[in-house]
Design a protein around this ligand. Sequence first.
Ligand code: FES
Ligand code: FES
Length: 167
Amino acid sequence: MESDIELHVDGRARQVRLDSRTTLLDALRDGLGATAPKKGCDHGQCGACTVLLDGRRVVTCLTFAIAHDGATVTTAEGLADGERLHPVQEAFIERDAFQCGFCTPGQVCSAVGMLAEVAEGRPSAATADLAGAVELSGEEIRERMSGNLCRCAAYGNIVDAIQDGAR
Ligand code: FES
Ligand code: FES
């Protein structure tokens, strides 16, 4: 069965007709030409397909597009303000936090989503003090970014970049 849905992708309202079984990842990439989210594993295990969906980070390969008619999607491309990069994107460049770059759009979206969760005071499994403000330690970042894999192992620089991007 096919359905028509609308998604607001990186600031633009987009309509797409799709099979009801289409994942949000395939709707974005194949239906709407948004190539920032990458298809790594297609099984929810690598994080390469991460976007911000109504402000929350999600892996789009595990999400049906039809369940999000009318939603706002921000890909790594949409994080920039015109020519001006998002502070986390700038920090990834300055810290050389990528090598092949395939995982980077998902890493950047996940980092932005994770920093919003920290700002809201949401604890993770690595948070020692559940009553106080979350300290953005390396351990805290590693735990919160554990759903995003990088086969080039740029992890050390990614942690540094996220700490810089949060300042
Ligand atoms: S492609 Fe979605 S988690 Fe790997
Ligand atoms: S930079 Fe290559 S997979 Fe992460």
